[in-house]
Design a protein around this ligand. Structure first.
Ligand code: NAP
Length: 310
């Protein structure tokens, strides 16, 4: 991706999030971002984004429709000269605050690097690195565009991730850990001054370096993912990246709290390990699987990535 396009994504996100009034449309000439320059673009089916504004008249401006679950569709005009692959991957997160505003909920992406047979880690928990360099750059781009990144306690313990933005230009997201065991957060606290939040259902957690949010589990033995997302939304979070592991991401999917899944598929077979998705019950027929109505595969260097919209 061209550096100028990455800068444009950062500019769109910043302008959209800091705009004080209702947003009807967003346009760009490739450098500047125009908010509400064209009020007619308000569409019932999604949010309309125009490119090359000021170059063409309204009828042939390249325009895209962005739905509430982050799916980008071509609408009008000649879009051949635009980098559709990058627009499809990153534009939804720049505009998360407008496409989800009616639901008052963040846009949620679950992302993994996995083996061909669907494992995200070996049986000993090792996962670094299943993906390639392009996948790492992609992960850092998504971190830079999302307001928060979430992991489960086992991933904190095993991977000791920093969860900051290092490989591209951009700000660190709020880093969020879920779980009751008081695993050391040194990898997070030592890598960024940004906020760290731990969601727990227990009063035992005492960690002055993180903000602890206690949520009761009630009848089930895990924190409802909607409660986590509502709390984050109230703190201004409009887009969330769930970076794993399997238990954490699966709970969000099972509770209907995932808009987009991305599985970066590496040319390796593990045969056993930690799966990308954990069903809570045994699946006995193909029909019971999770089906995607809309999806696409993209080349990521010499590997591929599946993106599915739920
Ligand atoms: N390949 C990749 O892209 C990738 C990415 C990330 C991680 N991984 C791998 O994934 C593995 C870890 O996956 P995992 O499935 O074992 O664990 P995990 O999802 O990282 O963590 C699970 C733990 O998080 C807490 N938790 C998560 N959601 C919760 C909720 N809604 N309510 C209450 N607690 C919640 C619980 O902690 P407590 O038990 O402490 O309460 C639970 O035991 C690691 O080996 C890591 O390397 C791979």
């Amino acid at each position: 991706m061209k550096e100028s396009l990455w800068q444009l994504f950062l500019d769109i996100k910043q302008k959209v999030q800091s705009y004080p009034n209702v947003i009807h449309s967003v346009g760009t000439d490739g450098q500047d971002v125009f908010i509400n320059s064209d009020k007619e673009n308000d569409s019932a089916n999604g949010f309309v984004v125009c490119f090359d504004v000021n170059t063409f008249n309204k009828k042939i401006e390249p325009t895209f429709l962005l739905t509430a679950n982050g799916k980008l569709e071509k609408l009008n005009g000649n879009t051949d000269h635009l980098d559709f692959h990058s627009l499809q991957l990153y534009l939804p997160f720049c505009l998360a605050s407008v496409i989800k505003k009616d639901q008052e909920f963040p846009l949620i992406l679950s992302h993994f690097a996995q083996s061909l047979d669907g494992y995200i880690a070996a049986t000993n928990g090792q996962s670094q690195w299943i993906g390639n360099e392009e996948n790492l750059i992609h992960s850092h781009r998504i971190r830079a565009l999302c307001d928060a990144v979430i992991i489960g306690n086992n991933t904190l313990l095993n991977d000791k991730p920093k969860l900051n933005v290092r490989r591209v230009k951009g700000n660190d997201p709020i880093r969020v850990v879920i779980g009751n065991k008081n695993h050391c957060t040194q990898s997070l606290t030592g890598s960024s001054i940004g906020q760290i939040i731990r969601f727990s259902s227990d009063n035992i957690i005492k960690d002055s370096s993180v903000d602890v949010v206690k949520i009761d589990c009630k009848e089930q033995n895990y924190i409802p993912t909607s409660s986590i997302l509502k709390t984050l939304y109230q703190k201004g979070v409009r887009s969330v990246l769930i970076e794993g592991g399997s238990t954490t991401s699966s709970l969000f999917i099972k509770e209907g709290n995932t808009d987009i899944v991305q599985y970066h598929i590496a040319p390796i077979l593990l045969g056993s390990g930690i799966p990308n998705y954990n069903h809570s019950h045994t699946i006995t027929s193909i029909d019971e699987g999770l089906h995607f109505e809309h999806y696409h595969f993209n080349l990521m260097g010499d590997q591929i990535m599946f993106t599915g919209y739920l």
